[in-house]
Unconditional design. Structure first.
Length: 85
């Protein structure tokens, strides 16, 4: 399974959208619990980060397609409406 997720910084309110096959491990990397070069945006915009939205998909291709949509203007609008923000 692959997960598309949106996390939000508890300190700055910034959001980050991504996809992964291991959400628990990925969140640890975003929060700095594990070293990773892949989390530069989340290092600059300090956490702690919390998951505010997630969806699961059978293939990485499906997850990437949804991730791209959620990063688009229309996708951000949809997400904000869905979350009531």
């Amino acid at each position: 399974m692959f997960t598309v997720y949106v996390i939000q910084s508890q300190t700055s309110g910034k959001k980050y959208t991504g996809q992964t096959s291991d959400l628990e491990l990925r969140l640890k990397r975003h929060n700095g619990d594990m070293k990773s070069k892949l989390t530069s945006y989340t290092k600059i915009n300090k956490g702690p980060w919390e998951i505010i939205y997630k969806e699961e998909f059978n293939t990485r291709q499906e997850a990437i397609k949804r991730e791209k949509y959620l990063k688009s203007h229309a996708g951000r609008d949809w997400l904000n409406n869905y979350l009531g923000r």
